[in-house]
Design a protein around this ligand. Sequence first.
Ligand code: ATP
Ligand code: MG
Length: 397
Amino acid sequence: MTSKILIINFEEIYLKGKNQRIFIKQLVRNLKRKLNGYQSYLDFSKSHGGSYFIEIVKDIPEKLLNEIISKVKNTPGITGFYVADTTGIDMNDIIAKSLEHAERYKDQFETFAVTGKRINKSVPFSSMDIGVKVGSAIVEKLGKKVDLTRPDFTLHIKVRGKYTIIYSEIIQGIGGLPVGTSGKAVSMLSGGIDSPVATFMAMNRGLHITAAHFHSVPKTSPQSIEKVKILTRKLTDFQGQIKLYLIPVLAIQEAIAQNADSRLRLILLRRIMLKIGEKIAAKEKAKALITGDSLGQVASQTLENMKVTEAATDMLVLRPLVALDKKHIIETARQIGTFDISILPHDDACGLFTPKSPETKAQLKYVLEQCAKLPIETLIDEALQQAEILIVSDVDN
Ligand code: ATP
Ligand code: MG
């Protein structure tokens, strides 16, 4: 016997017309992966109209149910969902369960409405009867008032096959599109505030992300890498599993420092990061690179610099944060839980490398002249050979 059902809504996917099936299939695949640890409690059934049901097939401890709810909440593609109570199709059971459900919310409403629907037509009562009987029980037992036009609380009751589902409060999801439905991308993940938000936004538009982090260990502390692992782990809340490339760039920084105009250090390093990102993308079959650049946020993030930086690659470079102000980015970082990790002190690869007066209006011709002084292909190959690849998962094992 089912004890509860999660009724999942996915409006945006629902609008996708004939692609809808592919989107739902991917969403269910993602959900099954994320909820793998709770498998013995769950039955993934089919979609019903604009919703998808996950049945909880046996009594579940509150703690586990809450974990499941939080995973569903963080799954891109889900706009909202209900945690429905279930019971049999006997009217007395329906009334009792409905009262129990409404009682949990009794401090939050004065007026209410009941919508009753009988999908199983063989029961000896009508849709209307459900509303009337449950409604009067709530009036009588909980002392609440019926208001069919603007109720504080609406109880939905549906009698399906052999059981009835009872639900009220919608839990908001993060919306967006299921991870994987837009293809793959490589996200350049620093330990800062911005790139984790950019990575999340890309995932939430359906991109499956591989993360690339560039570090200067042993010049910077190994903790800077730990921090990125923790950030990546946080981001698995949304994608489930993330491949993380850790690429040493100290040798590259030294080559740049010794050979090139110091005003261009950061641009030259960023260009090489994108070129390495491009190689990783080829391996991972990814079609875009993601960065956390935001226009004008620091003096070096100018149109001129972005242009000469991305000229290093033919790949599409997406910058989800380009037009967002810092306040908005920080708000999102807090919502997704990366902010507190990002603000932990660390020394990052670029910090120690920043020149006193960085170029703000780089010219491509001059940048290319400076690049020509470096054995770029060799440096890239060596960095990639030394790269460490981790699979970061949302489940501990
Ligand atoms: P963030 O907060 O993401 O560090 P930022 O505002 O500090 O960004 P920059 O340091 O100019 O901006 O970096 C711009 C973007 O370049 C970052 O958002 C990130 O995508 C990429 N990037 C910078 N440093 C690294 C790094 N060490 N590893 C991977 N990507 C990096
Ligand atoms: Mg940074």
